[in-house]
Ligand binder design. Structure first.
Ligand code: F6R
Length: 605
């Protein structure tokens, strides 16, 4: 999705710093780029469609004068990805420049009115109206700050806006509504940005403005006001993340680095157990859980359903965030709604939590400190994954799962359930199991190379491991562009079996039935389902912790430690699936960090 940055300093040139900062936002997904600065009473503007390095080569983005500027990476929503539609946008006289992330829903009517008043538009975007509205209010005699306030009073939709004005060259102004915006505080410089990694190199001190708070930034000061002009006292937070965490550190890609960090991430997230235990004290009366999430986070939530229903006897629904509003309203004070989101900014999940709060208890499981979803929730569990830069979620998925397991463990402790005792010690072993699996990397590379040209994959799993099959299929689609379907193992024969032949690869997830807490017959049943696809000619790859797994008659096998409790298998089996997708992507010559059409943080509905 679009990303914005603004920078102002006493005497440092803004454009190289802005260029570096938008490179850190590349991971959000984009198609165009631009920077505007103010110098010598003029706006200097450079922008175009294309990758940052390509545009930089063409127009030399770092060679712009001025110590104040705004920058943008655009992910097109309204208007094609081309130079004219790229941000920043200006008013007709080039006195105002703005960058915008979000969607202005009433832009068409506002544009019509502005055109009737004589404004001339250049682009097809919804965003350009912002520059014209500010121009309109400035020409009516409003100062910069009040012109911004009048502008946002007229626009409906989601926005994070950064604006600069030639007549006010020592100030940049920003404002947000349902789109991410953070402020980075330096010594004689300050930043506004969509995301923390963009300025992490310069400062770890941040302020998180709330919706419709005006952020007025000079090189020395940041003042935050409400729309009535009252100064607000905002908390300054210090990020635990550091710049190295947002670097590749010798890995070819962020995705590979982030997969390699997983055992540490699991251990770090486990270290947060006390915070989760405290939250659980407040959840005593709940008798129903509704998980709400999108994409990978949805798969984490679905794993939660299996845990909560099996061990806590708590009826648990899982809803896609975008569908939540269409479902029958079952919320009341005994319902816990849990919102799972890496970014904490996903527009659909944010709308869903706004609907659910005050009507149920709300808990957010989120990776990014201070993000919008965390500010709506009664309780927050921060996953401790550090910044995730690759578009495809990997380590944050693991940290969400661990948080959900800890939640189930402590809820079961409060209910004197046996699950608590069994799982508390078992889950500690997960980092070692993951490390052990990483030793299989060569085997996974070999399998990736063998299946890189396969045109259809199925991922099968039963019970607790079924959501992992969905997540394995999603990873392969995202980074290797191979059609892939995740299915419950027993469901294939109800239709999709018609697609099976020797050109199809089937990944079978077959944990052994060794759980101290439950007894299932999932392994035997899964192996029977595997035979069904084998006999129709499919190429079968199995991941199993079954003791004599190597004896299973399949084309390829990845053996995992047979001590892994079946219940914990989702925390381990996903790792080879992520690696497989990564290496297939590499062998196909793709860039796994930036899959086409996708954005890391989906801030539009
Ligand atoms: C897949 C992926 C997406 C996200 C989804 C939700 O690899 O990253 O499917 O999981 O867009 O994002 P968050 O978790 O930030 O709400």
């Amino acid at each position: 999705m679009c990303g914005i940055v603004g920078y102002i300093s006493k005497n440092k040139k803004a454009s190289p710093i802005l260029l570096d900062a938008i490179k850190k936002l590349e991971y959000r997904g984009y198609d165009s780029v631009g920077i505007a600065t103010i110098d010598d009473e003029k706006i200097e503007l450079k922008k175009d469609s294309g990758k940052i390095n390509e545009v930089d080569k063409k127009v030399n983005l770092s060679d712009m004068r001025g110590c104040i500027g705004i920058a943008h990476v655009r992910w097109a929503t309204h208007g094609h990805p081309n130079k004219v539609n790229s941000h920043p946008h200006t008013d007709h006289d080039n006195r105002i420049a703005i960058v915008h992330n979000g969607i202005i829903e009433n832009h068409e009517e506002l544009k019509k009115e502005l055109i009737m008043e004589g404004h001339i538009f250049e682009s097809e975007t919804d965003s350009e109206i912002i520059a014209h509205l500010i121009e309109k209010f400035i020409s009516k005699g409003f100062n910069f700050q009040d012109a911004m306030i009048e502008t946002v009073k007229l626009i409906d939709g989601s926005y994070a806006i950064g604006a600069i004005l030639v007549d006010c060259p020592n100030k940049l102004i920003a404002i947000r509504n349902e789109s991410p915006l953070v402020v980075g505080l330096g010594n004689d410089y300050n930043f506004i940005a969509s995301d923390i990694p963009s300025f992490l190199k310069h400062t770890k001190k941040v302020i998180f403005p709330d919706d419709n708070e005006l952020v007025i930034v000079s090189s020395e000061n940041v003042t935050i006001k409400d729309l009535n002009g009252n100064i607000l006292d905002k908390k300054i937070e210090t990020m635990a993340w550091n710049e190295e965490m947002a670097q590749k550190e010798g890995y070819d890609h962020f995705m590979l680095k982030e997969i390699n960090e997983e055992s540490v991430v699991v251990a770090d997230t486990l270290s947060g157990r006390k915070e989760i235990e405290k939250i659980v004290v407040d959840l005593g009366s709940i008798n129903k859980i509704c998980f709400v999430a999108c994409g990978t986070s949805y798969h984490g939530a679905l794993t939660g359903k299996y845990l909560f229903e099996s061990f806590l006897n708590i009826s648990t629904d899982v809803s896609y965030s975008s569908e939540f509003k269409y479902l029958k309203d079952v919320l009341n004070e005994n319902v816990l709604t849990i919102f799972v989101s890496q970014s904490g900014e996903t527009a659909d999940t944010l709308s869903a939590i706004k609907m659910a709060k005050n009507r149920s208890k709300t808990l957010a499981i989120v990776n990014v400190l201070g993000s919008s979803i965390t500010r709506e929730a009664d309780h927050v569990i921060y996953t401790k994954a550090g910044p995730e830069i690759a578009v495809a979620a990997t380590k944050t998925y693991l940290s969400q799962l661990v948080s959900i397991y800890l939640l189930a463990i402590y809820l079961s402790k409060n209910r004197n359930n046996k699950f608590y005792e069994n799982m508390t010690s078992q889950i500690e072993k997960v980092p070692d199991y993951i490390n052990e699996l990483m030793l299989n990397e060569d085997k996974i590379k070999e399998i990736a190379n063998k299946y890189k040209s396969t045109t259809l994959f199925f991922f099968l799993g039963r019970g607790f491991i079924y959501p992992t099959a969905l997540e394995g299929a999603l990873k392969l689609k995202e980074v290797a562009y191979i059609p892939a379907e995740g299915y419950p193992s027993g469901e294939l024969k109800h239709g999709p079996l018609a697609l099976i032949d020797e050109n199809v690869a089937v990944m079978v997830l077959a944990p052994s039935e060794n759980s101290e807490s439950i007894s299932t017959s999932s392994y035997k049943d899964t192996i029977n389902n595997m035979e069904e696809v084998k006999s129709r000619g499919a190429q079968v790859i199995a991941i199993t912790s079954y003791k004599n797994g190597e004896n299973i008659d399949v084309n390829d096998i990845i053996q995992v430690n047979n001590q892994i409790d079946e219940l914990l298998s989702p925390l381990v089996y996903i790792v080879p699936l992520q690696l497989l997708s990564y290496y297939i992507s590499i062998y196909k010559g793709l860039d796994p960090d930036k899959p086409k059409n996708l954005a890391k943080c989906v801030t539009v509905k």
